[in-house]
Design a protein around this ligand. Structure first.
Ligand code: ADP
Length: 261
C-alpha cells in the first residue's frame, strides 16, 4: 500500500512536468553527464524551468560538474529540497545524500530502485518544463527503473565516434525499443577537435559514426560536440558552461534547438 501511495505521488509530480528526458549511453566516459548537465543549463538559461536529476548512484558526476560537490540536500521534514542552481534550474543528486562523497556505494538493485523512486516522489520540485535525468551507462537497474517509473519519458543517447562505443549504443537503442521508450535522438560527443593553432578540424576518434547509426535505426541525429579542453576545465572546476569555447557553445545550442523543435 505504501508503494501505491508513492506511485500516486510520482504520478502527481510527473503530471506537472512537460518533458521528461533521460540521457543514456552504452558505456561510461563518453560524456553523458556532461551532455545532460549542459542540456539542463542551456535550457534553463533560455528561461525554461528545468530539473536535473542524477540517478547515477555509482558515479554521480552532475554535482561536480556544477560545482556542488559536498553540498548536502536539505529537507523540510517531509520533502527533499532540490538545490537551486540558478533561477530556473533545480538539481538533485545522490551525492547530496552521502556523508562521504568519495566512498564507493555497494547497493543492490532494490535499494537503487527505491532511491530513484524517492527522488521522484519526495522531492519538492517546482512545476517543470523539463526533467533531465542523468542515468548510469548501460542497461541496468537505473535506466530500467526510469523507463518503468517515469511515464512519458524519452531518451537521448550519447555516443562517441569509435566503433566500440557505437556497438554499445546499439544496445541502448534496443533497450529503449524493448521498454517502449521513444528515442529523441543521438548525440555524437568528442567528435573531432578544432585546433586552436591551425583552426582545422581533426577527427581524433573519427567522426560521423553517430549520424550513420542514427540513420541506420531511423532515429534523429541531434548533433555533435567537439573535443574541447574547455569541457574538462568546466567539469573540473564546476564552472559548467563558462569555460566552453564558442564553437562548442554553438554546437550545444544547435542540439538544444533540435530538441526544442
Ligand atoms: P560519462 O557521464 O559518459 O561517464 P562524463 O560526462 O563524466 O562522461 O565525461 C567523462 C570525461 O570526459 C570528463 O572528464 C569530461 O570532462 C570529459 N569530456 C566529456 N565530453 C568532452 C568533450 N566534448 N571534450 C573534452 N572532454 C570531454
Amino acid at each position: 500500500q505504501e508503494l501505491e501511495v508513492q506511485s500516486q505521488k510520482i504520478d502527481n509530480f510527473l503530471q506537472n512536468v512537460k518533458h521528461k528526458i533521460v540521457v543514456m549511453s552504452g558505456k561510461g566516459g563518453v560524456g553523458k553527464s556532461t551532455v545532460a548537465t549542459n542540456l539542463a543549463v542551456f535550457l534553463s538559461n533560455q528561461g525554461y524551468k528545468v530539473g536535473l536529476l542524477d540517478v547515477d548512484v555509482h558515479g554521480p558526476s552532475v554535482a561536480g560538474l556544477l560545482g556542488l560537490t559536498g553540498l548536502k540536500l536539505n529537507t523540510d521534514g517531509n520533502q527533499i529540497l532540490p538545490y537551486q542552481y540558478n533561477e530556473h534550474l533545480e538539481v538533485v543528486s545522490i551525492q547530496g545524500l552521502l556523508d562521504q562523497p568519495d566512498a564507493p556505494l555497494i547497493w543492490r538493485g532494490p535499494v537503487k530502485i527505491g532511491i530513484i523512486r524517492q527522488f521522484l516522489s519526495d522531492v519538492a520540485w517546482g512545476p517543470l518544463d523539463f526533467l533531465i535525468i542523468d542515468s548510469p551507462p548501460g542497461t541496468g537497474d537505473e535506466p530500467l527503473t526510469v523507463a518503468q517509473t517515469v511515464t512519458g519519458c524519452q531518451a537521448v543517447i550519447v555516443t562517441t565516434p569509435q566503433e566500440i562505443a557505437l556497438a554499445d549504443v546499439r544496445k541502448s537503442i534496443q533497450f529503449c525499443q524493448l521498454v517502449h521508450m521513444p528515442i529523441l535522438g543521438l548525440i555524437e560527443n568528442m567528435s573531432g577537435f578544432v585546433c586552436p593553432t591551425c583552426g582545422n578540424l581533426h577527427a581524433i576518434f573519427k567522426n560521423g559514426g553517430g549520424k550513420k547509426t542514427a540513420a541506420a535505426y531511423q532515429l534523429s541525429f541531434l548533433g555533435d560536440l567537439p573535443i574541447d579542453p574547455g569541457v574538462v576545465i568546466a567539469g573540473d572546476t564546476g564552472k559548467s558552461i563558462d569555460s566552453l569555447t564558442s564553437h562548442t557553445k554553438e554546437k550545444m545550442q544547435g542540439i538544444v534547438n533540435q530538441l526544442l523543435q
